[in-house]
Ligand binder design. Structure first.
Ligand SMILES: [Zn+2]
Length: 172
């Protein structure tokens, strides 16, 4: 998979569009058991990066398909992550020493150092944040289907079968 790398010098004069193509392998590595990795999951789209005053605006338009596992019936179902994705990139303040942890409580602001930034992980973060904690395949999901364990109506419960034998013996 090609990483989504933004070179800051490329947006010095004009916005730049970056292609996003995140394949199943990369999604599986990040999502683990949150998704059904035996199906084809993907996230494709375009990210537009634009220089603002003292920051960089990142706007993504993403078409994705994830196969989530329903928390009620345990069946796999397709889920589309919301299309739009926004980030503000800010240069890390000079005062930040290496031992100081960058505050990440505000998910939409990312501090960067250096000449480029890898946006791939930020796209994956966006996807993870957008999937429901308890995914459900549909509003009408009835939960796990135990039908196969319920006897047919006209099938006689073995506990009653014993009684039936007694009653037929009586007739003899
Ligand atoms: Zn379900």
């Amino acid at each position: 998979m090609r990483k989504v790398i933004l070179q800051f010098r490329e947006i010095k004069d004009a916005p730049k569009e970056l292609e996003v193509m995140i394949d199943n392998e990369a999604i599986a590595a990040r999502f683990g058991e949150l998704i059904d990795t035996s199906r084809e999951n993907y996230c494709n789209g375009v990210i537009t990066a634009e220089k603002l005053q003292g920051a960089v605006s990142v706007v993504g338009s993403l078409q994705s398909k994830l196969h989530l596992i329903c928390s009620k019936c345990l069946e796999t179902f397709e889920y589309k992550v919301p299309e739009w994705f926004n980030l503000i990139l800010m240069p890390a303040p000079q005062a930040f020493k290496d031992e100081v942890e960058l505050e990440s409580s505000d998910l939409d602001v990312v501090y960067y150092k250096g000449e480029q930034i890898d946006l791939t992980d930020h796209v994956l973060d966006h996807m993870i944040v957008e999937i429901p904690m308890n995914p459900v395949c549909s509003e009408n999901c009835n939960g796990v289907n135990y039908k196969c364990e319920v006897p047919e109506e006209d099938e006689i419960d073995p506990r009653w079968a014993a009684l039936k034998n007694i009653s037929s013996n009586d007739k003899k």
